[in-house]
Design a protein around this ligand. Sequence first.
Ligand code: AMP
Ligand code: GLY
Length: 425
Amino acid sequence: MKILVVGAGGREHAIIKKLKENPRVDAIYCAPGNGGIAKDAQCVNIKATDLDSLAAFAQDEKMDLVVVAPDDPLVLGLVDMLKERGIRAFGPSKLAARIEGSKVFAKELMKKYNIPTAKYEVFTNSKDAMRYIEREDSFPMVIKADGLALGKGVMIAQTRQEAANAIHSMMEDRIFGSSGSRVVIEEFLTGPEVSVLAFCDGKTVKPMLSSMDHKRALDGDEGLNTGGMGTIAPNPCYTPALAQECMKTIFKPTVEAMQKEGCPFQGCLYFGLMMTPKGPKVIEYNCRFGDPETQVVLPMLKTDLLTIMDATIDQTLDQLDIEWETGACACVIAASGGYPQSYKTGFAISGLDEMGQVPGATIYHAGTRLENGEFQTCGGRVLGVCTKGNDLTTALEKAYEAIGKISFENMHYRHDIGHRALMSK
Ligand code: AMP
Ligand code: GLY
């Protein structure tokens, strides 16, 4: 079997390593991949948004399966394009990917099908949005650009002035381009956040192990929002009772809603949830595996990933039992100093071999390149150091032991991944 994985980060590295466990897999390609992925797959120099070249490559090289991991090619319709050419692909159609690609679509879906989420209003021009915030008195207020914005399209305004600035920069200055042509203004929710990735075949939904992301750049949840600085799985806040409630009020209704809207969701659906005092509510949907959630969830998967992907495509998930390891998994991200703002790259990374000696540790590469046989930094998030343990404390101890062996100039990581989760237990 020949498989192409589209994408270039730690998430893609984790998917590739897992798929390789299946002996049916002869060759894995990754477009465009990165320095570390090049050790596990053949990297192909095609950008994840170059749909024509990706489809042509998959066809010419006779791929048996293409796994599309990032949001942009999904929202642009790569899966539809591949299927039109008779190529098997894992990921939602362009219409189904709107669940992430348009916040307005997602909010209207939830309203129509009574799926619990924050109360909201949609605005198509800044005058109306400004008039609304003049009248509103409940702060903080959450302002979201409708379209994709590299994970930066959410602003939490503490004051009317901050809200006005956010609207101005999204709708007038267009800092996120056309993604800011519409905005959603919504109620601020509180409570622990839980990420749940789920395999969906259009009819059946099979949630994976829950996880917890750490989005802020600095310890104590200070600093700017990032793509994610670390994760743990499972998420201790997510009790079996909450899981049952989410299945009933959120997961199943979402899959049914997408079916009824004529765009059944097939692929990995990411539920960003908040456990509010009034019960679990949806903060956001993503139409793909999360990064760095995937790096802690997939290592805990006992059932073969390729078998699950096949069942997702063939709509036979209802016949499959998906099993998970007990214990816990932790991931600490090593980032370039300065991330998520400007940072320098091109620094040599040392200690990767020593780190490999820590039992149960795996390293997923995100922003690395191979230069004369040496790994160098080439992105904001550079590496994800992931470790499994019998419990969360052990997994975290090992993760910090492992990351302690790695260094590059200006390396930055959070020292408190999982701390809040441990305290809440
Ligand atoms: P997103 O970019 O959609 O992942 O949102 C980034 C972060 O903003 C989320 O992880 C939440 O912590 C926060 N957030 C988004 N919507 C809300 C909301 N309605 N209430 C409180 N926090 C929110
Ligand atoms: N870690 C959050 C995301 O993948 O969107």
